[in-house]
Design a binder for this molecule. Structure first.
Ligand SMILES: Cc1cc2nc3c(=O)[nH]c(=O)nc-3n(C[C@H](O)[C@H](O)[C@H](O)COP(=O)(O)OP(=O)(O)OC[C@H]3O[C@@H](n4cnc5c(N)ncnc54)[C@H](O)[C@@H]3O)c2cc1C
Length: 335
């Protein structure tokens, strides 16, 4: 690990100021469960690490008539026990799937949303695109966990965030501050992620010196949601594929729906086709199945990951069925 300065701001303004120096060659430290690994492997080498844990405004969950606002430092355990988040079943489903108690205690929602890919080529030093002598080693290599959608360009990794699909299905917005003092914007999570075309680009819109401070979710009342992750169940584990569904069901018919898949593409992957397959219909095995089929119709699997197409289809089907199932009185939780 290279030497670095350590800074510990206590306000958002101080954090932005500290992140903006050194030409933005700085890194945000939240729970640190991934950043420290990236630094040890010298995959990132910031001149300064800005530990945001002492910025009080980033720790809270608050609610108003329009929804809830979650600070980026809220941990997965805190999300699970927070009454204001009890009605967001799709988020609770994801938390239950993170089986490491250490990660649930230390890992933060901001750290999850900004997580760098777990692609082993990236982690072994081949850059985000997995290049060797300018050529992709992923396309012809061990790509069993890589993308099956959105993979025609040079990026073949899958987005690592476990919460982004559920948050996107809810129509979340994120608050980003910096790099200049008083710069503040709310961005739809839909447009927060990007697929890099070069190794120098990142996986989100965040520029050096910027900080994600809060996530805003609309009110959960009268909406149904669920996430379904297909895991190998080997302890510390990332999904092979996942899906989150958010449904507005009136008189047994789906009036509106969003379906977002995870771990299948370089970004969280919204399937409008899957939503279209269930809107105007009741949720049944057959309609959920057709949504699953629609979600993977355009898949372009790589040499070793054809199996993920089937897994993703099942995740979509089961997320939709589980969301509909949550309407039953015995499964309902208060918001
Ligand atoms: C051994 C190990 C096992 C793991 N196992 C699992 C697992 O089984 N399942 C799982 O889902 N995850 C797992 N994780 C992943 C991960 O650590 C979690 O997803 C966690 O939520 C990340 O949060 P953090 O606060 O620790 O992030 P950090 O490590 O602090 O940050 C992660 C990245 O996000 C950036 N960042 C953090 N917060 C912000 C912010 N507010 N604004 C801008 N950038 C920010 C950091 O600079 C860094 O690049 C594992 C990690 C490790 C090290």
């Amino acid at each position: 690990m290279r030497n670095f300065e350590y800074a510990r701001p206590e306000t958002e303004a101080e954090a932005v100021e500290l992140l903006g120096e050194h030409d933005g060659n700085t890194a945000v430290l939240a729970g640190g469960t991934d950043l420290l690994n990236l630094m040890k492997a010298e995959l990132v080498a910031p001149q300064r690490v800005v530990d945001i844990k002492h910025v009080d405004s980033l720790h809270s969950v608050t609610a108003d008539d329009d929804g809830v606002q979650i600070g980026s430092l809220v941990t997965l355990d805190e999300m699970q026990s927070e009454p204001l988040l009890a009605g967001y079943q799709s988020l609770q489903d994801v938390i239950r799937g993170v089986r490491s108690i250490q990660i649930r205690q230390m890992g933060t929602i901001g750290g999850d949303l900004c997580h760098m890919p777990n692609c082993w080529y990236f982690r072994n030093g081949n850059g985000l695109l997995g290049l060797e002598d300018g050529k992709s080693v992923v396309a012809g290599g061990d790509n069993r966990y890589h993308a099956i959608l959105g993979n025609r360009g040079p990026a073949k990794f899958v987005s690592a965030s476990r919460f982004a699909p559920a948050m996107m299905a809810w129509g979340a917005k994120v608050r980003v501050i910096g790099p200049k003092p008083h710069h503040e914007q709310w961005i739809d999570l839909d447009s927060f992620y990007r697929t890099p075309k070069t190794d120098r680009q990142g996986v989100t819109l965040l520029k050096p010196g910027q900080l994600l401070t809060h996530i805003r979710l609309p009110s959960a009342s009268r909406l149904l949601s669920a996430s379904y992750e297909v895991l190998e169940l080997e302890g510390l584990d990332w999904p092979l594929a996942a899906a989150s569904a958010m449904l507005n069901v009136v008189d047994g018919v789906v009036r509106n729906a969003r379906v977002v898949m995870g771990h299948v593409a370089p970004t969280p992957w919204e399937s409008r086709e899957a939503a279209a397959a269930i809107i105007g219909r009741p949720v049944t095995e057959a309609t959920a199945e057709s949504a699953g089929e629609a979600a993977i119709a355009a898949a372009t699997p790589l040499s070793e990951n054809r199996y993920k197409v089937r897994v993703a289809r099942t995740a979509v089907k089961r997320a939709i069925l589980a969301a509909a199932e949550s309407a039953r009185p015995e499964n309902r939780r208060e918001v």
